[in-house]
Design a protein around this ligand. Structure first.
Ligand code: ARG
Length: 398
């Protein structure tokens, strides 16, 4: 008796997930492996990947185009929440995992599989995100993670695959571990494991080196409706176009590179390089529009919610009661976050240089230092007296 009869495997076409197919069947007695490759706009051709799964022994090989859901239901929520982990990482990889998990669970239900599987090792965050998301959606499904248990080195994994007709990587495979989707690229391992080593230029794909960016600044205007980016330079854009055009425009000016030491959920500190041009610009623009349209108290309170929200995305709690509750709060705050942000892109910077909104709370008659000033200066005195009273009493008592 094997660990499961019919398994739906998250499939990328790489060596590890390919080897999972014969491994599940040979070593763990699985009868049928159905693979599922998600199209998250990673810009790879998926038909060869689909065929590779069949050649590696899958009984069925599926491709799911989840790009639009990914942007609308995941990226846009993250933007409304200004979700950035540890002040740096816009969570491209972390946001994709619950969506892949959802597709796995739905496929398992459709094909009456009794387990899902993934190729994550036991050291990363992604295994946590898959396992917890699957459990949240269907606690009866088994979760198989061969790479967490098989204990094979890279070479042994390739050799194992060759026994079952899985070709070893043709190109001398990249020394880095790279995860990639429309929201960004995550690059780790190899020489980057030395935190003092400067990332070589060749690892980047979505962003230009400053030396190669245009010598003239470029201006863009991003329009938001209720916290969701809807127009670019005055034209309506569908979610996928919005992200891909911004990736181009912003990446061309070298914006969106991040080099950080981050704290993984499993306790390890790791060195990560990210590039995420559209998300970096969008969150900056969105935050700025909030500063124009939210009251001070909502704005300040929301910062704490944003921190919690970022952590729960990172820590695999996308499908959780806390996330749902925070979503309700965030959605309420976004009712008036509509307007346009003007940004200047230049030499690695995306700088907000102007903002407009019909819900603007900025009141020129109160803010001005000119003759039109309507602010009651005399009222300040009484306000300050009462505001400072506790401090005054404390000072007198000393
Ligand atoms: N450290 C990042 C995260 O936890 C990225 C992980 C990327 N995975 C990879 N195979 N490179 O979200």
């Amino acid at each position: 008796m094997g660990r499961a009869k019919k398994v739906v495997l998250a499939y990328s076409g790489g060596v590890d997930t390919s080897v999972c197919i014969p491994y599940l069947k040979q070593e763990w007695g699985v009868e049928e492996v159905i693979t599922l490759a998600a199209d998250l706009g990673q810009g790879e051709e998926l038909e060869p990947i689909r065929e590779k799964a069949l050649k590696s022994g899958a009984s069925e090989s599926l491709v799911a185009d989840v790009r639009e859901t990914f942007i609308k239901d995941y990226a846009f929520k993250a933007i409304q929440a200004n979700a950035i982990y540890e002040n740096r990482y816009p969570l491209a990889t972390a946001l994709a995992r619950p969506l892949i998990a959802k597709a796995l669970v739905e496929t398992a239900q459709k094909y009456q599989a009794d387990a899902i599987a993934h190729g994550c090792t036991g050291k990363g965050n992604d295994q946590v995100r898959f396992d917890v998301a699957v459990a949240a959606m269907n606690p009866h499904l088994k979760i198989l993670a061969p790479a967490r248990e098989w204990g094979m080195s890279r070479e042994e994994t390739i050799a194992y695959g060759e026994r079952f007709g899985i070709p070893s990587p043709v190109k001398k495979s990249s020394p880095y571990s790279i995860d990639k989707n429309m929201l960004g690229r995550s690059i780790e391992a190899g020489l980057l494991e030395d935190p003092s080593y400067e990332p070589p230029e060749e690892i980047y794909e979505m962003t230009k080196a400053i030396a190669n960016t245009p010598d003239e600044p470029e201006y863009i205007e991003i329009g938001f409706t209720k916290g969701i980016p809807t127009t670019l330079n005055g034209e309506s854009q569908n979610p996928i176009e919005m992200i891909s055009q911004l990736n181009q425009l912003v990446g061309n000016h070298g914006v969106g590179r991040i080099d950080m030491i981050e704290n993984r959920l499993v306790g390890i500190k790791s060195r990560e390089i990210y590039e995420s041009p559209a998300m970096v610009a969008l969150i900056q623009a969105h935050r700025d529009l909030e500063s124009l349209t939210l009251t001070a108290d909502v704005s300040h309170y929301k910062r704490g919610i944003e921190e919690t929200y970022s952590q729960l995305i990172y820590n695999g709690l996308w499908f959780s009661p806390l996330k749902a509750a925070l979503d309700a709060f965030i959605e309420k705050t976004q009712e008036r976050v509509s307007g346009t942000i003007r940004m200047k892109l230049f030499k690695g910077n995306a700088i907000v240089v102007g903002r407009r909104s019909e819900h603007s709370l900025y009141n020129p008659e109160l803010a001005t230092y000119g003759a039109e000033d309507q602010f009651d200066h005399k009222a300040a005195e009484g306000f300050i007296y009462i505001w400072g009273l506790p401090t005054r009493i404390w000072s007198q008592q000393k």
